[in-house]
Design a protein. Structure first.
Length: 134
């Protein structure tokens, strides 16, 4: 019964189901607590982007400082002009792992092998660390 409920796309977090319909997402064991928290927030769609901060009453606007689009997780990962060079590094790393098109689902979704998931997660954490120190 519980497994049926967990696999029902009409129940629970639609974002998680979109990222990983098979529900096999796992936090790599070698991540720091801080990075694991960020990864889970990204998966759940509650990372502190401007769009999310506006939704919870912590910001006055959802607009990105760089390009005036809504600053969502997908925007930061896939299209923000400010992060072009960082995104290219992330894209190159992920493209070596498989041939899926570069998208939020590829970046945050599950991988066939644990070794791929580890490499992809490290690349994602590097992407955000570079962005955070600028």
């Amino acid at each position: 019964m519980l497994q049926t409920w967990l696999n029902d796309p009409n129940v629970g977090n639609h974002r998680l189901h979109k990222l990983d319909p098979s529900r096999k997402l796992q936090v790599p064991s070698d991540l720091s607590r801080r990075d694991a928290t960020l990864l889970c927030r990204l998966w759940l769609g509650v990372a502190f982007t401007k769009a999310y901060s506006l939704r919870i009453g912590m910001a006055d606007t959802s607009k990105c400082d760089s390009c005036d689009s809504d600053e969502t997780i997908e925007h930061l990962l896939c299209s923000c002009d400010r992060l072009v060079s960082e995104r290219n590094v992330l894209r190159d790393t992920l493209n070596k792992l498989d041939d899926r098109s570069f998208s939020e689902e590829k970046i945050l979704g599950s991988w066939l092998y644990a070794s791929q998931a580890s490499i992809a997660t490290r690349a994602l954490m590097h992407f955000f660390k570079i962005d955070l120190v600028k």
